[in-house]
Design a protein around this ligand. Sequence first.
Ligand code: SF4
Length: 323
Amino acid sequence: MGGEPRFVFGPVPSRRLGQSLGVDPLPAKTCNWNCVYCQLGRTTRMKLGQERAEYFPKEEILQEVREVLAKHQPGEIDWVTFVGSGEPTLYSELGWLIRQVKACSELPVAVITNGSLLYLPEVRAELMAADAVLPSLDAGEAELYRRINRALPELSFKRLLDGMTAFRESFPGALWVEVMLVRGLNDGEEALNRLADALRTVRPDQVHINLPTRPPAESWVKPPDPDGVERAVRILGKTAQVVRPAAGKFDLGNGQDLEQAVLHILTRHPMKESQLRDALSDYGAEDVLEKLLESGRVQVVERYGERFWTVSKGRYGKPVNGH
Ligand code: SF4
């Protein structure tokens, strides 16, 4: 492998997976949903999400994973996680990649997915080799699902729920369902009761309640107030827990090309300005941010009174009425 990695990023501190080495097999942003809370901004090319494809040669991705793993000491990475610039099951060789990573490393493998393609038997079969699969379920009925996740029309709520339930029946690993709680959308009594019903059908091992903490695609998306969080924990059942933001440092590599290292992470993972400055201060290189901004390759998106850094190609809704 020459130069900086293209498909592998981190390890980054993850709220659920410790130090997680991310593997992103997709071009930015390839998704079949357009969630109002998406940290990557709006999905501008939904068409791309209609079919699975080998967007990049699988051997190149695997080679890069191998080389990055070889550069880290035991204990520096907790999980290898397929996640990134969209929906990873749209990569048609995902199953092959998971099996190959498992064959060359002792580390557990996770897949963070929206779960939309679990209705396809071949996708369920491919994910079988993973140790943990983390699909999303933000609503317990079709109308709210449509408003939050804004999926392609053929991806109905019924398909999502049936696919997840069928996967649960055969998957021997950990199924952790992710719920993103958005104020005024799915944090009320009725919405949570419907969601709890849906979760009882799926029977995940754990339910992770996430709160929007990175810049959402739509500026009106807000985290629930403490009552909403408490209601969700009470209604979603014994296996539900709130996932708080991770502590920990971002790995910016050997410091040789910090601009590139920052860009590489921001492409998949917008960061708070304070967190980014903290990571760069280890290298005495806070000026990297100003250089990147001047070059036009990054942008600052303000949400919840915080400044978040992300790449300039992300499309975020403009704040409305100063919010
Ligand atoms: S949050 Fe995930 S599923 Fe939703 S639009 Fe973004 S990448 Fe797609």
